[in-house]
Design a protein around this ligand. Structure first.
Ligand code: APR
Ligand code: PHB
Length: 392
């Protein structure tokens, strides 16, 4: 029988970062990850870090590769059809910057540092089940290499993403979920070619597009596509042509068409499950919430959840104080709902909605023109895009 202070379900960014930060606080944990390490590290995910995430990663010793390979930005650009480019200038309005640095690289660094520090990450842990989460002696059962195991713990951290077991372990009688789905998806491409220097969103009557980067030799591009689109309908040449049609010509002329090494379609969803705690179970990251990627908030929300949860667990295990544990769900959810709102707002602003009527179209255009003409509106957007502060 295994025993630890914190059983962490899920070895993605949330679970691994929590395990690392608890280690720094002298609190032991065991991570149970369903997939193999290779599988986790092959996932193509987000790539833009808020200023608070950048600071936290540096503070916990994960900044070296990020600062070496990451690309710092003063904000992100919006290219709106038939209008001048517009910068969401986070540096001008908040003094803070963003960074393009892939989630995969962060997860690689987390696996590296956990291994170096003797962290226990059990890969390919199957049939994970949570037990007695409402009691004071919770435990987890799972199978590993065909052997049934039991892990006794004081706390369970559910960091197992949207499809995990943790959220489903909270009784429906105490759970409230909120969801918004969208009538389109993002067709994403990773290309071995120099990216644009900027992070640039494009709004065009043909649909949304986005240009981003992973490194000086790796580009990341997306175009809005219909739900149910088959990737096979989008050979490389068709993708590049459509992407360039959605950007202004002078921007499109700078897009380098490199070898496509990954192409996939992701649906867009807004989702929140409340509360983020039930007894000794605490949810963090995608296990509790999903945002459409338009605001680049998914990874950053996982980081802020983990910051709040690690602070609560350190106070509890080290000083016997339960205040931050008791405040965790409400505090994390305040930041979650702020990120949900700005992600929903930017999704509404930047995408073409098939059912939009002429009046809605005029509202759309006027909102962008107002944003472009108002420092107050730009400051409000900039502070939300760069990331709101973590509550004390
Ligand atoms: N048992 C053990 N592990 C599980 C289980 C389970 N039943 N179900 C899921 N997992 C694992 C998954 O294999 C995955 O590695 O939990 C991990 C969850 O990781 P993520 O889905 O990446 O979620 P999170 O760590 O919260 O990171 C959020 O990832 O999906 C992106 O956009 C999202 O950038 C955001 C970030
Ligand atoms: C990315 O680089 O993958 C990216 C950038 C900005 C977003 C979403 C994704 O809003």
């Amino acid at each position: 029988m295994l025993r630890t202070q914190v059983a962490i379900i899920g070895g993605g960014p949330a679970g691994l970062l929590l395990s690392h930060m608890l280690h720094l606080a002298g609190i032991d944990s065991i991570v149970l990850e369903r997939q193999s390490r290779d599988h986790v590290l092959q996932r193509i995910r987000a790539g833009v870090l808020e200023s608070g995430t950048i600071k936290l990663l540096r503070d916990v010793g994960l900044g070296e590769r990020m600062d070496r390979e990451g690309h710092v930005h003063d904000g992100a650009w919006i290219a709106w059809e038939d209008r001048p480019l517009f910068l969401i200038d986070t540096r001008k309005f908040t003094g803070r910057q963003m960074m393009a640095f892939g989630q995969t690289a962060i997860t690689e660094e987390l696996y590296r540092i956990r291994t170096r520090n003797g962290g226990q990450v059990i890969d390919e842990a199957k049939n994970v089940e949570l037990h007695d989460i409402a009691g004071d002696k919770p435990y987890v059962t799972f199978a590993h290499n065909g052997v049934e195991q039991r892990l006794d713990c004081g706390i369970i951290a559910g960091c197992d993403g949207f499809h995990g077991v943790s959220r489903r372990s909270i009784p429906a009688s105490v759970q409230r979920t909120f969801e918004r789905t969208y009538a389109f998806g993002w067709l994403g491409v990773m290309s071995e070619a120099a990216p644009l220097n900027e992070i640039m969103y494009a709004h065009h009557s043909r649909g949304f597009a986005l240009a981003s980067q992973r490194s000086p030799t790796l580009s990341r591009y997306y175009i809005q596509c219909d739900l149910g689109t088959d990737v096979a309908e989008w050979p490389d040449e068709k993708f590049w042509n459509e992407l360039k049609r959605r950007f202004p010509q002078d921007v499109a002329d700078r897009i380098v068409e490199g070898p496509v090494i990954e192409k996939s379609i992701a649906p867009l969803r807004s989702f929140v499950s409340e509360p983020m705690r039930h007894g000794r179970l605490f949810l963090a990251g995608d296990a509790a919430h999903i945002v459409p990627p338009t605001g680049a908030k998914g990874l950053n929300l996982a980081v802020s959840d983990v910051f709040f949860l690690h602070r609560a667990l350190e106070a509890w295990f080290k000083r016997g104080e339960s205040r931050y544990l008791d405040l965790y769900s409400d505090m994390a959810l305040r930041r979650v709902w702020s990120a949900e709102r700005i992600s929903w707002h930017l999704t509404q602003l930047l995408h073409v909605f098939p059912d939009e009527d002429p009046f809605g179209r005029r509202m759309h255009l006027n909102e962008f023109d107002y944003l472009r003409s108002s420092n107050a509106a730009q400051a409000a957007l900039a502070e939300q895009y760069v990331g709101l502060p973590f509550e004390d």
